[in-house]
Design a binder for this molecule. Structure first.
Ligand code: IMP
Ligand code: MG
Length: 330
């Protein structure tokens, strides 16, 4: 068994959907698994020339591959079924391929109500915090207790017997990790490669490649102040169409934080770094990053790419860095 993992290195919305889709096109995985998060996530990508957005459902279904929502995930059945019907009506074979771990937890209407009423961090309002709280308070409801999910239930210990390859599709991004430095402006499940393995019950020795996904600038949705003053950040948000897939909220924007990127590469054990949306900065002819609290400007694209590669090289010379435009494939 071999396991590949794709994780977000920033604040979510780095373009994981597009990268996972690309990996699925190029490699033949036996099963695709989501390891954490729930309907707070929003992945978007192009399939046969049409734009799709998914929340619960792993991208494997687009390739007619078994796709698991793992034990570390949350499911809101009403939205899940809406998503299934929507994808099925557009020709995607979801029902034949979707598996839900018996031990995934359920989001209830009460969770959503509570999340929306008491939303200090600017959550996605999808019930994530109360549902994970109840999981750890040992009073949660699991997928195996929801009748409507019966046709999809899966014992994820079956993964141990897969004699092939597994792709784990990460959720959110490193900056939103509840064990990290941005607490309490975080989500409630760790978005790291190590937690992905843990929650799916998979051993670290089986890991083949870890893909870290980032963007050439940072964006964040939530209630802390993130975007500095200045026209340039408004322009980046506009050109980059930085609107949340899940909430439709405008994302705040800043230059790429090199310190966070490097930390995320180290913590996740990244083998290949993908830096998305280079075309956005190209269109604006602005090339800059932030490091140690100051902004570093570059003359041109080449200089900025070299700077990023140099910093990545300092972690390990064996990490590949791939720059990518949007919405093209990697
Ligand atoms: P929650 O996960 O809905 O509780 O939201 C907590 C924080 O994480 C908020 O700042 C959200 O905007 C952010 N967040 C959660 N999921 C995503 C995501 O998939 N992309 C971007 N931000 C997210
Ligand atoms: Mg997203």
């Amino acid at each position: 068994m071999k396991v590949d993992i794709a994780v977000g290195l920033a604040w979510g919305d780095e373009g994981k959907g597009k990268c996972v889709y690309s990996l699925l096109r190029k490699n033949s995985y036996d099963i695709i698994c989501k390891a954490s998060g729930g309907p707070n996530a929003g992945h978007s990508f192009y399939h046969n020339g049409e734009k799709f957005a998914t929340h619960h459902i792993p991208a494997g279904v687009f390739f007619n591959k078994k796709s698991l929502i793992g034990s570390g995930c949350l499911v809101y059945p009403l939205k899940l079924f809406e998503e299934i019907e929507n994808l099925e009506s557009r020709g995607i074979k979801v029902k034949d391929n979707l598996l839900i771990s018996k031990n995934a937890h359920i989001i209830t209407d009460a969770h959503i109500k509570e999340d929306r009423e008491n939303n200090k961090v600017g959550s996605t309002g999808t019930g994530i915090m109360p549902a994970y709280r109840d999981k750890y308070a040992r009073c949660g409801i699991r997928a195996q207790e929801a009748d409507e999910l019966k046709p999809f239930l899966y014992d994820q210990r079956e993964l141990h017997y897969i004699d092939g390859s597994i792709l784990i599709e990460g959720s959110q991004g490193y900056g939103l990790c509840p064990d990290g430095n941005n607490y309490p402006f975080v989500t409630s499940s760790p978005p790291t490669s190590t937690y992905a393995l843990h929650s799916l019950g998979l051993p670290p020795r089986k890991v083949n490649n870890i893909y870290g996904i980032s963007k050439i600038y940072d964006s964040y949705v939530g209630s802390k102040k993130f975007q500095p003053d200045g026209e340039i950040f408004k322009k980046i948000a506009e050109v980059g169409k930085e609107i949340g897939t899940t909430t439709g909220r405008r994302r705040q924007v800043n230059f790429l934080n090199i310190n966070l990127l490097i930390e995320a590469i180290r913590a996740n054990g990244v083998d290949a770094l993908i830096v998305n949306k280079v075309d956005v900065l190209r269109q604006l002819e602005v090339w800059a990053v932030q490091i140690n609290g100051t902004v570093v400007n570059f003359e041109n694209e080449e200089e900025m790419k070299n700077y990023i590669e140099f910093n990545v090289y300092s972690v390990s010379p064996y990490i590949d860095t791939i720059f990518s435009d949007n919405p093209y494939e990697i």
